[in-house]
Ligand binder design. Structure first.
Ligand SMILES: [Zn+2]
Length: 148
């Protein structure tokens, strides 16, 4: 189980999260949608990173993020004909560990990657990727494979 992403795409997500500091940055991980979406060991392959505005209420953007569901639906509809889709989400934890919060778990979809970037004082200091367990009760960490 792993997240496959290039260094150039990683840099895009890092820049978005460092720029958003001290608020949480967030965005979509896009790639080919495999036929075996639910295969537990499959790799999530990312070929596009799309940073989005944090849609959460201004008072709590330092520890919450929200992605506009209408925007998400628009993106999915545009990608679907080419067999591509949203294969994961990234967001940052400003000055906090790159472990998912209970809030992250409550909102997590199955079968997609949750890449969390820890940003300390505006600079990336750690990043980890997670997938929700089948029973929805926890996250399992996956390897991040950087290519290119
Ligand atoms: Zn989080």
């Amino acid at each position: 189980m792993s997240l496959e992403i290039t260094r150039a795409l990683e840099a895009l997500a890092v820049a978005a999260c460092e720029t958003a500091y001290p608020e949480e940055g967030c965005g979509l991980l896009i790639g080919p949608v495999p036929p075996d979406l639910a295969a537990p060991e499959r790799a999530v392959v990312v070929d596009e990173v799309r940073p989005l505005a944090n849609g959460w209420d201004a008072s709590a953007k330092t520890n919450r993020y929200a992605i506009d569901p209408r925007e998400l639906a628009r993106v999915e509809a545009a990608l679907a004909p080419a067999g591509r889709g949203v294969v994961g989400f990234f967001h940052s934890h400003p000055d906090a560990p790159a472990w998912p919060s209970p809030f992250d778990l409550a909102l997590a979809w199955p079968c997609v990657s949750y890449w969390i970037l820890r940003v300390d004082q505006g600079r990336l200091s750690d990043s980890r990727s997670w997938r929700r367990s089948d029973d929805g009760r926890s996250f399992v960490e996956e390897a991040i494979h950087l290519e290119g």
